[in-house]
Ligand binder design. Structure first.
Ligand code: HEM
Ligand code: HEM
Length: 241
């Protein structure tokens, strides 16, 4: 006997498919360069917002979206590899690739804020550092893109393996939010992730987008040079006053 349980809440699913769209857009615009760089920056900044939202949702979201639920130690990973893992949600090994993807994307997008394309586009925090440092970060930004492609490749290979070899569908729950499981796992249905938690995570996500867009640099105190000599031309006197 099987039962249908709630697995991925709506915010996690929307996060995932938006992330897929924006990461794809970042690759296309990054490789196109030129005028597409403005859109590259916008997509990347939105990714920072999305990831910040996901980090918050990993603490206050519903059961299977929580890091405490799926981030496990080496013993659990070894148990999974021996075939002794029974559960729903990210398995202990898959959880590692989830963390790697989130961390790499965050580093990539944060690095992009300081990068430059040597032509016409600079990340919004380019002026906060030296050109040399920006060039160094840009080098890592370019290498990082290949690393991310590799991890995404592994992600897709794992999903294909589960679908075709293990005959377990992972994609459908990421679309609908529910999954058919053995009756023994009926108690695993997702709980929590209230409307208030969603508002808090959304506010954090928007705040991160706002900060990433360069406002912190614009708001930094400007050091003014005090003029010690008299101005070269005096303002004309007001006749009649
Ligand atoms: C740019 C490409 C992609 C990125 C960056 C990406 C990223 C991620 C991340 C971060 C998670 C963890 C979700 C969470 O807990 O928040 C995840 C899970 C998942 N992704 Fe993707 N993804 C990509 C493409 C795809 C595609 C094309 C598919 C399917 C056609 C897919 C299917 C899934 C599924 C089924 C899961 C849940 C895995 C599980 O049950 O443990 N992803 N993905
Ligand atoms: C996860 C998000 C991001 C991804 C996946 C990504 C990916 C890429 C890719 C594939 C390139 C082309 C690299 C090459 O030509 O070899 C690139 C270039 C670049 N990106 Fe990003 N990027 C992201 C976020 C950002 C952000 C947030 C910014 C700034 C707001 C940014 C600024 C730049 C700049 C300035 C370049 C030009 C580098 C050059 O041509 O020398 N990126 N990025």
């Amino acid at each position: 006997m099987t039962v249908r349980i709630k697995l991925w809440d709506l915010p996690t699913r929307v996060f995932h498919w938006l992330l897929l769209a924006l990461v794809t857009a970042s690759f296309i615009t990054g490789w196109t360069g030129g005028n597409a760089m403005e859109w590259h920056g916008r997509a990347g900044i939105t990714i920072i917002g999305l990831l910040s939202f996901r980090l918050a949702w990993g603490l206050i979201g519903s059961t299977h979206a929580r890091f405490s639920r799926f981030v496990r130690g080496p013993a659990a990973i070894a148990g999974y590899l021996r075939g002794g893992w029974i559960g729903v949600g990210h398995n202990p090994l898959g959880a590692l690739s989830v963390l790697a993807m989130l961390a790499l994307l965050l580093c990539q997008a944060l690095g992009g804020l300081f990068a430059n394309d040597d032509i016409a586009y600079n990340g919004p925090y380019f002026n906060a550092i030296s050109k040399n440092l920006s060039d160094w970060i840009t080098g890592w930004h370019k290498r990082g893109a290949w690393l991310i492609l590799g991890v995404i490749g592994l992600h897709l290979a794992a999903i294909l393996y589960y679908t075709h070899v293990r005959k377990e569908t992972l994609i459908q729950p990421m679309l609908t939010g529910t999954k058919e499981v053995p009756e023994t796992l009926a108690g695993e249905s997702a709980r929590g992730g209230s409307a208030l938690a969603l508002v808090v995570a959304l506010v954090l996500g928007f705040a991160a987008c706002w900060a990433a867009s360069g406002v912190l640099l614009e708001k930094a105190p400007v050091v003014q040079t005090i003029q010690t000599t008299a101005p070269a031309t005096k303002p004309a006197a007001n006749a009649g006053w």
